[in-house]
Structure formats: C-alpha cells, structure tokens
Write a protein that binds this ligand. Structure first.
Ligand code: LMR
Length: 391
C-alpha cells in the first residue's frame, strides 16, 4: 500500500539549512531560513529567556497536561502587547496557545471555512507555507499583487482585493515585517486598508509573526489594531518564535475577535476541537518561559531591550545595503525602507544558484534574503557577488 505514495519534494527553505550546513567553505553566508543572527553570526538564546527558563526549572512542579488551549497565562499576558491597553476590545478577544505561528495560521484558516468563508485572498508573494497550508485544507486561494517592482506596496491592488472579496471571503494580511518582501504599509495605508475591510465585510486574518522586528512593538501593531477597531470580527495568528528567539520551542497563539463577547465560547469550542484533532496540546516550555517574562516587569524590560538591539542591527544592515544602491542590475536602495528579517532581490533562480555555487551565498530560490545573515564583515562580499552575478 505504501508504495502508492508519490515522493514529495522537501520544503525548499528547510532543505537550504542542510545544504548550507554541509558546505565546507568558511566564508559561506546563510541568508536562508528566517532566524535572527547577531553581528557575529550567532543566534543566541535571549538573556531574558535564559533567566525565565531558570525560574521555570526551579519552580515548575508538574508537567501534567494543560489542555488544547495550552498556557492561558501566556496567552493573556501577551495580549496587551498585541492589542494595546483595551486588550480584549471589551471582552470580544481571547485566544489559545498554538505550536508556533504555523499552528496559529493553520487554526485560523481551518476554522474560517466552518464559519462560512469560501475563499481566501492572499497577496503574492507570501510566506510559502501559507499556500501549502491552504492547499492542505483545500481552501480556494485568490491571489492578488501587493508589491510594486520598485519595492514599495501596491496599495491600490490591496484595496481592490479587499473590496472585491465580499463577505464570504477572508483576506490574509501580514501585520508587520512582510515575509518575504519586507514591504509594510504606512499608518495612512493601514487606515485605508481598515476602511476597505469595514466597507467590504471581508473577514480579516492577520498573521503577526515578527512584531517588534520592524519599528517597535507598538508601531508594528498599528495595522492590526486599526483593522480591529474598524471591523466586527477577525482572526489573528501570532508567533513568538522570532521576537523571543524561541524558534524550535514553537511558541504561538491564535486569537479571535467576535461581534459579541458571548460568541467567543463557541468559536473556541471549535478551535479547541481542531487543535485536539491536530496536535492535542501545544508544547509548553517556550510559552511558559514567555509567560514568566511577560509577568515580570524587569524581565519584560530586558526582553524588550534585546528586541531593540536586534531591530537596530537589522536597520543598520538595511541602511548599508541602501547606501550601496545599484549592485549590477539589482537596486538595493529600496531595502533601506523595508522592514524585518526579509527582502526580495530581483534575481533569477539561475543567479541564486550561481551565488550559492560560486560565492557560497545561500538564499531562497525566490530571491528572498534574510537580512540578519549579513554582518559588517560579510556585507561587502555579498554586494560584490550580487553585482558580479547580475552585472
Ligand atoms: C521563514 O520564512 O524563514 C520562517 O518563517 C521559518 C519557516 O518556518 O518558514
């Protein structure tokens, strides 16, 4: 029976991790999977996380089951950072813990059709796993363009997509630090997007996987909060994997905002049933560490300081790339105005291959680069290589 299965290609992005690890060249540059790296090229555990983990080791007295919703202390402690001072919007928002942002996206798009969503509008390009998840649950995807060739947002196309979506459709937007383009919306553009949602009745699903890596925790939540203020209901998929640096611990949360507070119970009875069937319960460790940080003002301050350092380093790299301007046929200037871990280079798959084989520079086949893989020690080599390959 099992011989009937057809082989599947490995996930291209995850395959790149192994390819890079196997490359013996000492000057190799990893711009592949989205993990933060310091100026020395490391991905250390946050000091705040280490301290919280120590407290967890000392104080945790049981590893007994929690339930499909996971650690609600973690889920609730995160809410003011995501939603602001009125974190429940008058009792209309609650959430549950998920295995990473992927689990949260999965819950959001699996639950939406049960409430009548017939199709989902998604900006192209998007995080490749969005399409894989949607394909897996057989939800129809309607693609729209959201990026201009000059590396800025195509707001008209986004507004048109939302207005044309209708009330039986969802529109999935990245809340900040768009993956893979780095192209975010200005506050004025978010205002227009929120108004378009209010007019069309389309259901917003906001994927916020990089809060704090763009302009700051508050700034990166602007669009989400603006949309939630304009619409009656929405889903939010959240990841702590990047902003707490707990990638392999898989720390995420799914939130729903309902029309009325009393609708939340039914929504989460469905979400709990989906979670139970898929993963039963989320892994606890990373969420528990994040809860300890979020409930302790000194640890929260330490965590936010570390996040600020990450953001500032990536901003420096972006500025340096922007100053370089043209590298061969690639204009690096727009990267200075983009946000977060990622940007896209207009390079062909052949050029990506050439960069890997001749220069030991690893990036996704799409031309996406992880900005944090660049340091002041390797950035000139990178710029030179892009110029050589595309010139
Ligand atoms: C990425 O896009 O590199 C990250 O979100 C990691 C992943 O799971 O794809």
């Amino acid at each position: 029976m099992l011989e009937r299965l057809t082989p599947q290609a490995p996930d291209a992005l995850l395959a790149l991790i192994k390819l890079h690890a196997a490359d013996p060249r000492t000057d190799k540059i990893d711009l592949g999977v989205g993990v933060y790296r310091t100026g020395q090229g490391d991905t250390p555990v946050f000091a705040a996380v280490k301290k919280a983990e120590q407290i967890l080791v000392d104080q945790q007295d049981s590893k007994s089951y929690l339930g499909p919703e996971g650690d609600m202390g973690f889920v609730n402690a995160l809410m003011p950072h995501i939603f602001g001072s009125d974190a429940t919007m008058g009792g209309r928002i609650t959430g549950m813990q998920t295995p990473g942002g992927t689990g949260a996206v999965r819950l959001a798009v699996a639950l939406a059709p049960k409430a009548g969503v017939k199709q989902l509008h998604l900006g192209k390009p998007s995080w490749p796993n969005h399409a894989q998840i949607l394909n897996d649950i057989s939800l129809d995807v309607v693609w729209f363009n959201h990026a201009r060739e000059d590396g800025t947002a195509d707001l008209d196309a986004v507004l048109e997509a939302i207005r044309s979506a209708g009330s039986d459709a969802a529109v999935l937007l990245h809340g900040a630090c768009h993956n893979p383009t780095g192209i975010d919306y200005t506050p004025e553009q978010w205002n227009a997007i929120a108004d378009a949602f209010a007019e069309s009745g389309a259901f917003p699903i906001i994927d916020l996987a990089y809060q704090g890596l763009g302009h700051g925790m508050e700034e990166d939540a602007y669009g989400l909060r603006r949309i939630l203020a304009a619409v009656p209901e929405a889903f939010i998929a959240y990841s702590c994997d990047k902003n707490f640096g707990v990638y392999r611990d898989r720390v995420g949360a799914f939130y729903a905002m309902t029309r009325e507070p009393e609708d939340l119970d039914t929504v989460f009875s469905n979400a709990n049933a989906l979670a139970r069937a898929a993963w039963s319960m989320p892994p606890d460790h990373g969420g528990a560490a994040a809860r300890i940080i979020l409930r302790d003002p000194a640890l929260t301050e330490l965590w936010l300081d570390e996040l600020t350092q990450m953001r500032q380093r990536m901003r420096q790299v972006r500025e340096r790339l922007g100053q370089a301007g043209m590298a061969g046929s690639v204009d690096l200037a727009p990267l200075a105005h983009q946000n977060g871990l990622f940007s896209m280079l207009p390079v062909t798959p052949e050029q990506v291959k050439q960069l890997r084989e001749e220069y030991a520079i690893y990036m996704a086949g799409s031309g996406r680069i992880n900005i944090a893989g660049l340091t002041m020690g390797n950035i000139d080599k990178f710029i030179g290589a892009v110029a050589a390959v595309t010139g």
